[in-house]
Design a protein around this ligand. Sequence first.
Ligand code: CMP
Length: 153
Amino acid sequence: MERTFVMFKPDCLERGLLGRIFSRFEEKGLRLVAMKMLRVTPALARQHYAEHVEKPFYPSLEEFITAAPVVATVFEGPEVIRVVREMLGATSGLKAAAGTIRGDYSASRQMNLVHASDSTESATREIGIYFKKEDLLDWDPSLACWLQAPSEA
Ligand code: CMP
């Protein structure tokens, strides 16, 4: 089992798409283990997007990500880091394949609705930025036995 950090960005909330997009994660059978709504501050944005701070698009990214609340979550599942990245599609909604979340709902490089960790290292780092250990809930949904065989978990 892996865990990944998934953040529903300001455009997702402002456009009223949170429920519709969040339901894709539920329908896929990914297990929600943490969730909170917050406003990203400029300092938090710099920490989260540390690798992009020096890039030309960073000022615009910071303005965007701090402009309205976000919903930060952690999902758990087998190979969930890769699975979620594939559900999102390419970074730019203009390039993301139809059928992916960005391909279906975004027409922007920046306003691409959802962020997800791209590796185990970034998942650990990003989960640690937004959540304390005790915020991550271990639980077994009753339907888990219909989502994977015991040997796959
Ligand atoms: P995300 O997956 O959250 O990772 C970094 C974010 O920066 C990305 O999604 C976009 O929101 C944004 N981003 C990446 N590349 C560009 C770009 N060239 N111009 C503007 N924003 C970008």
